[in-house]
Design a protein around this ligand. Structure first.
Ligand code: PLP
Length: 386
């Protein structure tokens, strides 16, 4: 049994102890921290990239569902919790992702820890990008399969490993399309070629891409035109879609299989109707209003331009997630603290979320940020990174 007291004090010393602190949302991407008076901070740590969590269409859809169907779904989908709104949502998601069918899960964590073990057993192989999200790692571990990690976004390394280890059993390649802590993008077209050459399944986690990339918001798989080549397009409703829950889109056969085999789907209560209805409204909105996405991308480009013009030389990446590398945890926490005094809330991302020595400030740009917000943040950031 771990010595709790010793563990906690060691973490505290190392600057690695996390704690919870409630925020008060002020709308339009602003928040106040509990115990911090009335001071408003501009939130640069939200994954609500399109600002949909506050969108009237989502709120109205949730309210209507709440009124008609109550607060909870009452049971798992395979029991009596299966509501029409879940099916409508799955149809809308399948359309968005360019796949035949879809299945919803309680959360992205549950999707990844349910899907991967349903497909892979201890005789099989998983080729997993080293920087994949914890929920993917946990899904891999739960499966009991042999996990072979390849260097981040390094397809030469993946190819070498495939040549050496592929064998004849089931093999799954799993990646993210936009990496959550680095903001970079995986080379999907090349991955599809590799998976076809080596006869693997390809699963792509689009948690940070759905709604943000692709002509209709279908993610990088839409933008790169590879929906057909991706066997499992997983993503969440809790980020760019402003709601909560998750999905996987695939062919009908795969979905029929998963709803019979994914334990986190089978043994868990269906999404509440209000949540499913809000997600459905979001999926429709991102298809119908590409302006939302355009506006976001203009803001991302503007913020990056400000940083570059201010002399920030490091790579700012291709997405709304902008990692500002600092190195050590404590230095990163200090910088986050300094930003806070300037009215900027950005998270210090530290190990174990990212590898040792790569602690960083993670800026995410959302549609809430005004030009003034962005220049205020860029100025504050340039000052502390000097
Ligand atoms: C956030 C995230 C998840 C987990 O999704 P939740 O719905 O928050 O549980 C899974 N994968 C990636 C890449 C994520 O960023």
């Amino acid at each position: 049994m771990v010595d709790l007291k010793a563990w906690l004090s060691l973490q505290r010393e190392k600057g690695g102890l996390r704690s919870l602190r409630p925020v008060l949302r002020r709308g339009k991407g602003r928040l106040t921290l509990a115990g911090d008076g009335e001071r408003e901070l501009i939130d640069f740590s939200s994954n609500d990239y399109l600002g949909l969590a506050e969108h009237p269409a989502l709120i109205a859809a949730a309210q209507e569902a709440l009124r008609l169907f109550g607060a909870g779904s009452g049971a798992a989908r395979l029991m009596s919790g299966d509501l029409a709104v879940h099916h409508e949502l799955e149809e809308a998601v399948a359309l968005l992702k360019g796949k035949e069918a879809a299945l919803t899960f309680g959360s992205g964590y549950m999707a990844n820890t349910g899907i991967i073990p349903a497909l892979v057993d201890r005789h099989d192989l998983i080729f997993s990008d080293r920087l994949n999200h914890a929920s993917i790692h946990d899904g891999c571990r739960l499966s009991g399969g042999r996990v072979i990690r390849f260097r981040h976004n390094d397809l030469n390394h993946l190819e070498e490993l495939l040549k050496e280890k592929r064998g004849t059993t089931t093999a799954l390649i799993v990646v993210e399309s936009i990496y959550s802590m680095d903001g970079d993008r995986c080379p999907l077209r090349e991955l599809v070629q590799l998976k076809e050459r080596f006869g693997c399944l390809l699963m792509v986690d689009e948690a940070h891409a759905t709604g943000v990339f692709g002509e209709h918001g279908g993610g990088v798989i839409e933008e790169d035109g590879v929906s057909d080549g991706v066997d499992l397009a997983m993503g969440t409703f809790g980020k760019g879609l402003g709601s909560y829950g998750a999905y996987v889109a695939a062919n009908r056969e795969m979905i029929d299989y998963l709803l019979n085999r994914a334990r986190s789907f089978i043994f868990s209560t269906a999404l509440p109707p209000a949540v499913a209805a809000a997600s459905l409204a979001a999926v429709r909105l991102v298809r119908q209003e590409p302006e939302l996405r355009c506006e976001l991308h203009e803001k991302i480009a503007y913020f990056k331009k400000l940083l570059r013009n201010g002399g920030y030389g490091a790579d700012l990446g291709p997405s709304q997630i902008i990692p500002i590398l600092v190195g050590e945890s404590e230095a990163t926490l200090n910088k986050a603290g300094l930003l806070k005094t300037q009215g900027i809330f950005a998270t210090a991302v530290r190990p174990p979320t990212v590898p040792e020595g790569t602690a960083r400030l993670r800026f995410s740009i959302t549609r809430h940020h005004s030009a003034t917000d962005l220049s205020q943040a860029a100025a504050a950031l340039l000052k502390i990174m000097d």
